[in-house]
Design a binder for this molecule. Structure first.
Ligand code: NAD
Length: 421
C-alpha cells in the first residue's frame, strides 16, 4: 500500500516500501528528461528490491504547465504536497517574466525554508572536462539557501524606500561612502547566526557521517566582516563547541603546534584527517575558486553563503562536465523536507527534441535514494551512468566534445542506462 515518508522522533526518516513521491516534470526540456529519468528510477528500484519496494509517483504542477492549466505558477496544492510528502523531485521550471515572482526556485527554497542547497561535484570517468585531472575533484557543496542578498531586500534608486534608507545611513549612521547618492540603489545582505550555524552544522555532520576529510568555510570575510566574516567565526565556534571530539579546527591545530614549538604544516592536517577527525578550515572565496582549479584534491565538503555558493556551484560543476550532469537538492535537515532537482534550466529551444542529457535529473534521483536510505538503488544507477559514459554512448552535449562517441537521444540514453543497471 502506498504511504507517506515521515520524520521519526529521533530525527531520521521513516521510509515505507511504497512511498508516495511528488514530482514536477518541468518545463521546456523537462518532459523529455523526466520521462527518461523515471524509467531509470523504476527499473533500478525493481532490480534492487525485486518488487518488494516501489515508488508511487504523484504528479504535481508548477511553472508554465501549472500556469497554462489554472493561471498559477506555483499552486497551493503543490506547496502542500511538498510539505505533506517530505521528499519530492523536480525538473527545471520557467522563470515567469514580470508578475511579481522573482524565481520559482528561490520562492520554493524560502517558503519551505530549505536552508541547504546541496551539490555534490564528482567526475565520472570519460565525461569531457576542461581539467587535466578531473578525477581529483570530489567535493560536496553546502550552500546556504535562505539568507544573504537572495532575501530580496533591494530598492531601486528614486524610490521612497531608498530615500528613507539613505537619510538613515547618512544622517543617523554617519555613512560617507555612498559614491553617487542621487542614483544609488540599495540592497541589504542579512546573515544571521542561526542561519549560518544550521547550515554549517549540517555540513560538519555530513562530513562526519560520510567520513570526509575536511569542511572548508568559504567566505568574503576580509571585506564583509559582520556578515561573511561572522559566518566564518560562527563556523569555527560551532565546530569547537558541538563537535569537540570529532573535529580539529585550524585554530585548535595551530595552537597545539605552537605550544609545542612546532611548525604548522598543511600536510599534517591531512594526517589528522586520516586519523578520523574532520578538519575545519576556511578560505576566502576568490582564493577558493583559484584553489579549486589548482588543487581540488585539498577540498572536500564546502560550506558557504548563498551568493558565493551560487558562483562556486556552477564553477565546480563545469570542472566535471557541466550543468547537463550536475545534480542538486534543497534540504531542511531539521524537518526532513527535501526537493531534489536538475540544476540546469528549461533550455526552451530544445523542448520536445528528445536530445538533451537527462543525467542531472537522474543523478538528483540518486541523491534522493541515498537520502531515503535506498543506497542500493543509488549505487546501481551511478554505476550504470559510469559504464554508459565510459562506453561513449552519450547525448549531444558530450558527443560534441568526445572522439568516436555514439550519439544517443535522451530516451535512448535511458535505455542504455537500464541495460547497464
Ligand atoms: P538553461 O540551463 O536552460 O540552458 C542553457 C544551455 O545549457 C542550453 O541552451 C543548452 O545548450 C545547455 N543545457 C541545459 N540543460 C541541458 C541538458 N540537460 N543537456 C544538455 N545541455 C543542456 O539556461 P537558460 O537558457 O539561461 O534558462 C532557460 C530558462 O530556465 C529560464 O526561464 C530560466 O529562468 C530557467 N532556469 C530554471 C532553473 C531551474 O528550474 N532550476 C535553473 C536555471 C534556469
Amino acid at each position: 500500500m502506498a504511504d507517506k515518508i515521515t520524520l521519526g522522533s529521533n530525527g531520521s526518516l521513516n521510509v515505507p516500501n511504497h512511498p508516495v513521491i511528488p514530482f514536477i516534470e518541468g518545463d521546456g526540456i523537462g518532459p523529455d528528461i523526466w520521462s527518461a529519468s523515471v524509467r531509470v528510477f523504476d527499473a533500478a528500484v525493481e532490480k534492487a528490491y525485486g518488487g518488494e519496494r516501489k515508488i508511487e509517483w504523484k504528479e504535481v504542477l508548477a511553472g508554465q504547465k501549472a500556469f497554462d492549466a489554472n493561471g498559477e505558477w506555483m499552486p497551493q496544492e503543490t506547496m502542500d504536497a511538498f510539505r505533506e510528502y517530505l521528499i519530492s523531485i523536480k525538473g527545471p521550471l520557467t522563470t515567469p517574466v514580470g508578475g511579481g515572482i522573482r524565481s520559482l526556485n528561490v520562492m520554493l527554497r524560502q517558503t519551505l525554508d530549505l536552508y541547504t542547497c546541496l551539490r555534490p561535484v564528482k567526475h565520472f570517468e570519460g565525461v569531457p572536462s576542461p581539467m587535466w585531472h578531473p578525477e581529483n575533484v570530489d567535493m560536496v557543496i553546502f550552500r546556504e539557501n535562505t539568507e544573504d542578498i537572495y532575501a530580496g531586500i533591494e530598492y531601486m534608486h528614486g524610490s521612497e524606500e531608498v530615500d528613507e534608507l539613505k537619510t538613515l545611513l547618512i544622517e543617523k549612521f554617519g555613512v560617507k561612502s555612498i559614491r553617487f547618492p542621487d542614483t544609488v540603489s540599495l540592497g541589504i545582505k542579512p546573515v544571521s547566526k542561526e542561519g549560518s550555524e544550521r547550515l554549517i552544522r549540517s555540513a560538519i555532520q555530513y562530513a562526519i557521517d560520510h567520513k570526509k576529510p575536511s569542511v572548508t568555510l568559504v567566505h568574503k570575510g576580509n571585506i564583509m566582516k559582520f556578515t561573511e566574516g561572522a559566518f566564518k567565526q560562527y563556523g569555527y565556534e560551532l565546530a569547537e563547541r558541538e563537535f569537540a571530539d570529532q573535529v580539529y579546527t585550524w585554530n585548535q591545530w595551530t595552537a597545539t603546534k605552537k605550544e609545542n614549538g612546532e611548525d604548522v604544516a598543511n600536510e599534517e592536517m591531512k594526517v589528522a584527517a586520516m586519523g578520523g577527525r574532520v578538519i575545519i578550515k576556511d578560505s576566502i572565496a576568490d582564493n577558493f575558486l583559484q584553489q579549486a582549479l589548482l588543487a581540488p584534491q585539498d577540498y572536500s565538503v564546502i560550506a558557504t553563503l548563498n551568493l558565493n555558493g551560487d558562483y562556486v556551484s556552477d564553477a565546480l560543476a563545469a570542472q566535471v562536465g557541466g550543468i547537463g550532469i550536475a545534480p542538486g537538492a534543497n534540504i531542511n535537515f531539521q524537518t526532513g523536507n527535501a526537493i531534489f532537482e536538475a540544476t540546469h534550466g528549461t533550455a526552451p529551444r530544445f523542448a520536445n527534441t528528445d536530445t538533451m542529457n537527462p543525467s542531472s535529473v537522474i543523478l538528483s534521483g540518486t541523491m534522493m535514494f541515498d537520502y531515503m536510505g535506498w543506497n542500493e538503488v543509488s549505487d546501481l544507477i551511478k554505476n550504470a551512468v559510469s559504464k554508459t559514459i565510459k562506453a561513449k554512448t552519450v547525448t549531444i552535449d558530450f558527443h560534441k566534445l568526445m572522439k568516436d562517441a555514439t550519439l544517443c537521444k535522451t530516451s535512448e540514453f535511458a535505455n542504455q542506462l537500464i541495460k547497464n543497471l
